[in-house]
Design a protein around this ligand. Structure first.
Ligand SMILES: [Zn+2]
Length: 217
């Protein structure tokens, strides 16, 4: 079944996915080993202020053992970090390679040279975390449905039709390969507050900004 969602409930499920890359909110509740593994993984991920995060990655041209090894390492780091996606540029490897796993039961996949071929006009706003922005969550509007063309690790063409969280993760990771962060996609107000929090090594989420009364329009 791959029909577009019809009911309000289904729409809401797609509109409010779990955070693409971010940590579970109850990190403190993880067992010690999981937390330690997560910390080791996160230590390998470049964070805000590192120029690689603002740089455009180059196309993958060689589909060799090295690429496969990179993809496997990225999947391991993504899983240990409890993330659902990771772009090579987040590790300082400036190649157009991403991995994703939209949900704990999904099979992790690696896509080289991903291209957002089509994005639905229908969008949804949701909170997004990012492994490169520790403790930071901002609202990001994304297309609800997306079609991504790319190549597998053997260089064969692949086509992904994604919705909801999966579509969001793919858009987030392709952004990384273009040097774009969630901070570039959120409101000016949230961007400013999030940047301040990063400088001061605090966490930030949209709830931290008090909504002025009657600002819902
Ligand atoms: Zn990210």
């Amino acid at each position: 079944m791959s029909e577009r969602p019809e009911t309000a409930d289904e729409q809401r499920d797609l509109a409010e996915p779990d955070q693409p890359e971010g940590a579970p909110e109850d990190v403190e509740e993880l067992d010690e080993e999981t937390r330690e593994r997560r910390n080791l993984a996160l230590a390998q991920v470049r964070t805000f202020g590192d120029p690689v995060l603002n740089s455009v990655a180059s196309p993958v041209e060689s589909f060799d053992e090295l690429l496969l090894a990179d993809a496997e390492q990225m999947i391991a780091i993504m899983r240990d970090a409890l993330g659902v996606g990771l772009a090579a540029s987040q590790l300082g490897v400036m190649r157009r390679l991403l991995v994703f796993q939209a949900g704990p039961d999904a099979t992790p996949r690696a896509i080289a040279n991903p291209d957002l071929e089509w994005a639905s006009e229908q969008t949804a706003e949701a909170e997004e975390g990012c492994l490169s922005l520790p403790g930071i969550v901002v609202d990001v509007e994304r297309a609800l449905h997306a079609r991504v063309r790319g190549q597998n690790m053997q260089g064969e063409p692949v086509l992904l039709e994604a919705s909801g969280l999966e579509a969001r993760v793919l858009q987030h990771e392709i952004d990384h390969l273009d040097g774009v962060l969630t901070l570039d996609r959120t409101s000016r107000e949230q961007r400013r507050a999030a940047r301040r929090a990063l400088r001061e090594e605090r966490s930030f989420s949209p709830e931290d900004i008090a909504e002025p009364a009657g600002a819902e329009a």
